[in-house]
Design a protein around this ligand. Structure first.
Ligand code: BTN
Length: 249
């Protein structure tokens, strides 16, 4: 990773970069060491990278984009879900420049980003002291995954065999993230843009909510309040928390 280039460009965008060789988790570091508006923490390696639902986030050293942005955002409490949807939309916009066939890019409820049905990026956002701590992991040059992840994880490199400078992806994301923040004042527009990258409407999926796994249903919609609406055995259900686990055709 070209740290000088990264530092210079992130500073030009108006962010305050903390670029680290190794840390437990950029989210945890941001929360405990530098919880200020405009901080961006980037790490080459995380020894305890965190995913959603207390999962680990896997990444070999120096291969991938691992970073956390701290922002004071003017978002109503009941609209905090929007920040996650906004972030996954910005990841899609960023990756369009790096994925030959951009229609292979999609979002999976709530905030995963996929290439051809395999996860290439994830978002873990938290709130502390009124600030959003937005953690993003994008698999850039990862060239293999542990066996248990191989069938559901991918990277830009695994998709087309080309290496991409990690700092370039981070700078590109950060520019878009900062310049499009006004969208957060238009929740329906954020959801509309997110939904245009959601390819599961009308499809049968497995999903997991409230600790119950692999329920089967047809996706009816993603509401403007971020909820997943499904038809499960003829009954319409609406969920605010959980995830689509798989796509069944
Ligand atoms: C998920 O899809 O489960 C969310 C993954 C988020 C991973 C990123 S990597 C940078 C930041 N620091 C962390 O510990 N997690 C997020």
């Amino acid at each position: 990773m070209n740290k000088e280039e990264l530092f210079k460009n992130l500073s030009l965008i108006g962010l305050e970069p903390h670029i680290l060789d190794e840390i437990g988790s950029t989210n945890s570091y941001a929360k405990s060491v530098c919880l200020r508006d405009g901080i961006i923490v980037v790490a080459e390696h995380q020894s305890a990278g965190r995913g959603r639902f207390q999962r680990c986030w896997f990444s070999d050293k120096g291969k991938n984009a691992l970073f956390t942005i701290v922002k004071n955002l003017d978002v109503e409490v009941y609209n905090t879900f929007l920040v996650n949807f906004y972030t996954s939309y910005i990841i899609i916009e960023t990756l369009k420049d790096y994925v030959g066939n951009s229609s292979a890019l999609s979002v999976k409820w709530p905030n995963d980003v996929l290439i051809s049905s395999k996860k290439v990026a994830g978002v873990l956002s938290e709130i502390s002291d009124g600030k959003f701590i937005i953690g993003v992991g994008i698999n850039v040059n990862q060239n293999h995954f542990p066996e248990e992840l191989q069938h559901r994880a991918t990277s830009l490199f695994l998709e087309d065999g080309r290496e991409t400078p990690v700092e370039e992806v981070i700078i590109s994301f950060a520019k878009k993230f900062v310049t499009m923040l006004n969208l957060l004042k238009m929740p329906d527009e954020v959801m509309k843009r997110w939904r245009s990258n959601f390819h599961y409407l009308g499809k049968v999926v497995t999903y997991s909510v409230y600790g119950t796994d692999n329920r089967l249903a047809v996706v009816i919609d993603i509401d403007n309040d971020g909820a997943l609406v499904v038809n499960e055995g003829g009954i319409i259900k609406k969920y605010y928390s959980g995830e689509i686990t798989n796509f069944r055709g």
